[in-house]
Write a protein that binds this ligand. Sequence first.
Ligand code: ADP
Length: 742
Amino acid sequence: MSLANKLADERRARLGAERLLELKQSELSAANRKLGRHALALTRQIGETQAEVATVRDENEKVKSDLTVAHEKIEIAERRLWHSIQTIQDGFAFYDVDGTMIGANTAYLGIFDDLEEVLPGVPYARILQLLTDEGIVNTEKLAPADWRAMMTERWKSPSPEHIVIRLWNDQYLKLIDQRGHGGDTVSLALNITATVRYEAELKASRQKAEAANRAKSAFLANMSHEIRTPMNGVVGMAELLTDSELDEEQQLYVNTIKNSGEALLVIINDVLDYSKIEAEKLILHPEPFDLERCIHEVVMLLQPTARDKGLDILVDFDLFLPTRFVGDPGRMRQVLTNLVGNAIKFTSSGHVLIRVTGLQDRGDDFNIHITIEDTGIGIPTDKVEHIFGEFNQVEDDRNRQFEGTGLGLAISRRLIGMMGGSVWVDSEEGKGSVFGFKVTMAKADGTEAEPPALPDGLQRVLVVGSQSLNRTILEKQLEQLGATVTLCSSGVEALETMHDGIDLVITEHTMPDMDGFELAEAIRYRKSPDLPVLLLSSNPGFAQNDPARQHLHAVLQKPVSRSELFARLIDLKRQNTRAPEEKIVPEPFADDSIPAAQPELPKQVDQPRLMRVLAAEDNKTNQLVFRKMVKALNIEIQFANNGIEAVEAFTEFQPDMIFMDISMPKMDGKEATGEIRKLEAVQGGHVPIIALTAHAMDGDSDAILAAGLDYYMTKPLRKAAIHDRIQKHSPDEAQPIMPLEN
Ligand code: ADP
């Protein structure tokens, strides 16, 4: 090879190498550049990572410090909580689900008298054991093992009942255990010693008060007896004295003694009743009774006072309301007597109107409203509530002239309250008052007097009376029976108005110018000889003696009761317009509670033996009073001084009836009656035994009747009532007990 070639080859090789070198160099610089970029990116990445690390580090620091703060807070809260728990005077402890103590405050641990064993970690069962073993708890009637069993049983319950335990030192703890989260139990041991002591003191005081109350009731019962017995003597003797020959002055003295004695008895009864209600000793005795009759009985008793004052007493008993209900008639009578009595007492002119309305409620129950309206002095508005308080009266000059205890309304309100009703009053001073009450009573079984259907010949009725209210009530009642009613305010007007179309005249007794008798006479002679005339009188006994009575068909007691009116109308219906040869002068009520004015005349007079009456009474004065009271009767009387003598006399004397004092020495009236009833069980017969009692306390009447007595009378005894009783039991074979004098 040539040199040139060699050179050319070398140049080519050099060129090639240079090109390769260039290539490699550019590759190198590209790689360098790439490396540089890479390094840059890396550096940036490192920077970022470093920043992130710094942030995380910062955050960590913050969390760390937050945690420290939270820890501190928790520590403070825990310290405070524990401090609080420690401060509580009552015991506080926690137990875990296995009943192991987790913690307890000092008060809780103190219960165990600092027993070292009682610490967190001790099981509940061991605590119970220690309580009994160390005598810390007083297990009372339970044996220690039984007590522990009972407490363990309780502990196991999902929600243990609160329990009170007594410690050795008479401290009382109430244990309250509450299950918490995960079966933990929070136990509280509250010291309730003060409350227990207070309750015990209260109980003791209540027992003391009840004992005092019982003593008071017993005292009242005795007082009732002790006062009533001599008062019986005073009032009874005074009554006898009034029948004897006395000059005017003596009569006045005697009447004063009698009236004062009776007034005193009313006060005693009021005070007794109120005390009984207060002591919750008063019990109602519901039984079927006739409300209308009850009202009329009250009116009859109060009629004389009203008549003396010239007051009209009117009764408007809803004609279509039943009259027989189930209630306590005695207490109803008491309330009515008080309200009607007050109305009469505080009214000097005008009227007293008793209105009874009612609506059927549910089943046999009726809501009954009774109002007593008067035209008296009225009650100032600001005193209306006051007068229902005990011993409260309206204190003013007008009122002071009236006697009273101020207990009547208080008693009435309480009695009506006991009946489930309420009392109210509406009054205008100077004009009058309306006292009202409502009670719900069931209708009693049995038949009611049906309103009669007026026959054709009796349908046109002329009502004559000066009292418009009275006329209106009658008009309403008669119209309800289907009558056509003409009203006249005087006899003269009646005579003018009267025409052939009138079938019946009902007239008032007392009227100005021409009274009822004169009207009847005028009708008889000038109008119609056959026209039936009924007279309404507040004093039928008096009316009976008037010669003009022959012109009347009947004299009716005013206010006329519904049943009485019905009876008379039925009577007339029967007789229709027959000539009035039979005069009907009604005895409105033959009830025991109304003393009959005259004992009935006996029908037979030819029997030889006298009626035998035995009176067992230990008090000599009362014996004397009794003897004098029956002196006028044609009977044989024998006295027994005690129960034993009474039983002996029953066998020897064979009385037809016995008056039996309840309270007697040696053997009381109830026992004596028991003995007599035993004898009768063997030998047959049943002698009527009438209890004489001075006791007004509750339960007496029941106890008396339960002891075999047939009836009871409360002292002081009334002559008329005794005569009436004797008359009722007078046997047919005995001589009539006709009064020799009266
Ligand atoms: P007492 O009638 O024994 O005083 P009450 O409790 O029955 O006791 O009555 C209390 C008072 O209420 C009477 O004193 C009287 O002031 C007043 N009062 C009661 N009823 C009436 C009445 N119908 N009209 C006027 N005042 C009456």
